[in-house]
Design a protein around this ligand. Structure first.
Ligand code: HEC
Length: 145
């Protein structure tokens, strides 16, 4: 199953659609930052559960893993438009090497889909693999660390 638009994301994606031309690019940047923050929050919560820092809840872990997978699948659509917003840390390589960027997103999606959420230890290993896919994309396509 391949879902490009999760129900949760549709409002994020289209929230700025009615905005007139000025500011549209910035709206895109806000939306993709929001997507990344949602991705970060879901992975942080899973890491805490996997390490025993918070109570392990397999149902919650499964829901968050599903959200991560949908969000990772939605990364490319959030970067469709190139812009030069000063608040953006996206490198021009995102658009110069769009195929590579899509592949990097697909690797994150696959790592999220492979997460095993029934027990802390396998979850921990899966999250580590997922985080490597984040870093790989950031290293190539994002300014800074
Ligand atoms: C396919 C590439 C790609 C993948 C995969 C990816 N990111 Fe990102 N991420 C980016 C880019 C590019 C930016 C910079 C966006 C901008 O500033 O416009 C970014 C920005 C961020 C930010 C900063 C948001 C802000 O408000 O400044 C966080 C946090 C983040 N990513 C977390 C993650 C995590 C966690 C994962 C993995 C679970 C992940 N990302 C996977 C490309 C990716």
């Amino acid at each position: 199953m391949h879902m490009r638009f999760s129900a949760a994301l549709v409002p994020l994606i289209f929230a700025g659609a009615a905005v007139a031309l000025p500011g549209v690019q910035t709206t895109d940047v806000i939306k993709r930052h929001r997507l990344m923050l949602q991705i970060r929050d879901a992975s942080t919560t899973l890491v805490a559960m996997a390490r025993g820092e918070t109570v392990f809840d397999a149902d919650r872990a499964a829901r968050l893993a599903g959200l991560l997978r949908e969000d990772a699948a939605a990364i490319p659509i959030h970067f469709e438009f190139q812009n030069s917003d000063p608040d953006s840390r996206a490198r021009p390589e995102v658009w110069a090497d769009w195929t590579g960027f899509e592949k990097a997103a697909a690797r994150s999606e696959a790592a999220a889909a492979a997460l095993q959420t029934e027990a802390p230890e396998p979850l921990r290993r899966g999250i580590e693999a997922l985080q490597r896919t984040c870093q790989n994309c950031h290293r190539r396509y994002r300014f800074g660390k």
